[in-house]
Write a protein that binds this ligand. Structure first.
Ligand code: FEO
Ligand code: CA
Ligand code: CA
Ligand code: CA
Length: 604
């Protein structure tokens, strides 16, 4: 490691060595303890996890699968009790269920109604109370009244905002268009300044089904009245066959159910009886996350990327301002302006409002009302000429009017499609953009942008990476996904290389990325995942002494391309059995809590 550079870094820790093996690793001097695993009982009367006899009923009282976003909110002044809010994005049948390899999933041959309900029960979110003991270690408070599961199987939610009740939101089960069961594919998220939990609905299209296929086995939408909208959202995606068992996920039988997903959901972790709310004012797209901040004059601002190749970056600004009245604050998510970003080559950014009746957003162009603008946010943003990006993932605002945008990769961008904000064709490794809003105000409708790093191996000229030259061979990464700002305003990045694992040979991990001064663009590895696991979270406690990270789908991603693990993982033969290493247990997605040995702030 570069001793001189690291001494000058604002992050004080000894960088981890890169690699790839069956377990997780954290920088020396830190503990990384397993806090919550898939299947862990989280309510007072929840049954113990029985992996060979899983049921939907049990799963609804146990920690769900594929933990992604982690939000933390203290419950007392001492910071020793807190609520943890965790998204469960999706399921990996091949390592969850015995006898169901990936081949079976492709044809859904082994998917019974019971397994479909079990998958649904493993999706959604968990809200749990945790407590910090005398030893400084966090543990689950299993009998807390706050603990609950949220799932697409049985959690009723209300719909509010301009699209609520619109005919396109009405179904046979809900003629009001204001009540929906569940949430889908909750990737990243956010915590509001008053401690509610935002769950972003990302790849919802994959859960919708049709029996009407063309000669290539692709959905035939010719008889669908909303074909243009469906096509723009990639629905139905046929990733899961829930629509063969639940009519609402089959667009032939229930064409409007799909319009009721792709939103931001607000959950009040302090009130387990309160129904979650889908806030349509924030738009409908494949929301990666929903990180919040407050503008100089008190408006709530929420940044959200649409994670799709060539899709857009959005920002929502509330009409009202944040106050000490918790109940009143939630109305800020019902009334506001949604903007989409245009990145110009001169380094300026313009936030264009999506308001019905202005510019091209009129009835003659297919937008009869603000409800249409929001249900078809992508089509409205197309009409405004937003800049197609390299898959916008998490967007992390900092209080000073800065926001960091993770652009994870886009191998479909052709040389004639590059621009200054998306500068590489066939980008396997992605880049990070730093936005500076005008006058440091997150509510501004203009600002400037610059590229913080271009990811990938700096030693390979054809990769075209851009890092601070002090970055070591351990510190560079590919495919930035989630991000967090710690108590000192420093940036942390987690990676999700997906099928690109083999191109770096590195496991996914968590990196400390300098944004200021001479070391701007200098990255250091702090934590790495077990093989095939994707790094999610991260979230720092307000005192900076605890860091929560989530290891998603250990043992799956890219394992066929990795030396020493060159095989597809199955329940019977996974690439790792992290974190239990019990021959009777498959790998389990888990939340990991990182603390400094002897106490103190992380990386300080
Ligand atoms: Fe679920 Fe955009 O990652
Ligand atoms: Ca993500
Ligand atoms: Ca984040
Ligand atoms: Ca991801």
């Amino acid at each position: 490691r570069q001793a001189a550079a690291v001494t000058a870094s604002r992050y004080v820790f000894d960088e981890l060595t890169w690699g790839n093996d069956e377990t997780h690793h954290v920088a020396q001097g830190y503990d990384a303890d397993i806090l919550l695993r898939w299947g862990d009982p989280i309510t007072a009367d929840a049954p113990e996890f029985d992996v060979m006899n899983q049921t939907a009923e049990a799963q609804l009282q146990q920690f769900g699968y594929n933990n992604d976003y982690v939000g933390f909110w203290p419950l007392n002044d001492a910071g020793t009790r807190a609520v943890l809010c965790v998204n469960h994005e999706y399921t990996n049948e091949e390592v969850m269920f015995p006898g169901l390899g990936r081949q079976d999933k492709a044809g859904f041959a082994g998917m019974t109604p019971e397994l479909v309900d079990l998958e649904m029960a493993a999706h959604g979110g968990s809200v749990v109370e945790i407590a910090k003991g005398e030893d400084g270690k966090w543990t689950l408070v299993k009998d807390s009244k706050l603990n609950r599961r949220i799932s697409p199987l049985n959690t009723e939610m209300t719909i509010d905002g301009p699209a609520a009740g619109h005919p396109r939101m009405q179904t046979n089960a809900d003629p009001t268009g204001e009540l929906v069961v569940g949430t889908l594919n909750n990737c990243a998220g956010g915590m509001t300044p008053w401690g509610t939990y935002l769950m972003a609905e990302e790849n919802f299209h994959g859960y919708f089904w049709t029996d009407t296929l063309d000669a290539d086995g692709k959905p035939d939408l010719s008889a669908q009245p909303e074909a243009a909208s469906l096509k723009r959202y990639g629905a139905p995606g046929l990733w899961y066959n829930w629509g063969q068992h639940h009519d609402r996920f089959n667009i032939d039988k229930e064409p409007n159910e799909v319009n009721r997903f792709g939103w931001i959901v607000e959950v009040d972790p302090m009130n387990p009886a309160a129904k979650p709310v889908k806030h349509t004012a924030l738009g409908r797209f494949r929301h990666e996350g929903a990180e919040t901040t407050v503008s100089q004059d008190g408006h709530l601002v929420i940044y959200s990327g649409d994670d799709n190749r060539f899709d857009y970056l959005y920002k929502y600004v509330s009409t009202g301002t944040v106050s000490d009245d918790r109940a009143a604050n939630s109305a800020l998510l019902s009334d506001g302006t949604l903007y989409v970003a245009r990145f110009d080559d001169d380094g300026s950014i313009t936030w264009m409002p999506l308001i019905h009746g202005t510019g091209p957003l009129t009835a003659e162009n297919g937008f009869a009302s603000q409800a249409d603008v929001l249900i078809d946010t992508r089509l409205a943003a197309d009409a405004l000429g937003a800049t197609p990006m390299d898959r916008p993932e998490d967007v992390q605002p900092r209080g000073d009017g800065t926001a960091f945008v993770m652009l994870t990769n886009n191998t479909r961008r052709k040389p004639d499609q590059i621009n200054a904000a998306n500068p590489r064709p066939d980008s396997s490794f992605g880049h990070i953009i730093e936005i500076k809003e005008a006058d440091g105000d997150h509510a501004a409708d203009t600002g400037t942008w610059s590229i913080l790093v271009k990811c990938g191996d700096p030693k390979l000229a054809d990769v075209g990476a851009q890092w601070n030259p002090a970055t070591s061979e351990n510190g560079w990464f590919g495919s930035p996904d989630n991000a967090a700002i710690d108590a000192d305003g420093r940036l942390w990045i987690s990676t999700d290389q997906g099928s690109n694992w083999g191109k770096t040979g590195k496991s996914d991990g968590l990196y400390a990325l300098e944004t200021e001064g001479a070391l701007r663009g200098h990255s250091q590895l702090f934590f790495r995942c077990p093989v095939g696991g994707e790094m999610c979270g991260p979230y720092f406690s307000q005192d900076g002494e605890t860091l929560f990270v989530a290891v998603q789908h250990p043992g799956t991603d890219g394992t066929t391309d990795i030396k020493g693990f060159a095989r597809a993982s199955t329940f019977e033969d996974p690439a790792t059995r992290w974190p239990d290493f019990d021959p009777a247990m498959p790998p389990r997605p888990s939340v990991v809590v990182i603390t400094r040995q002897g106490g103190g702030k992380i990386a300080s």
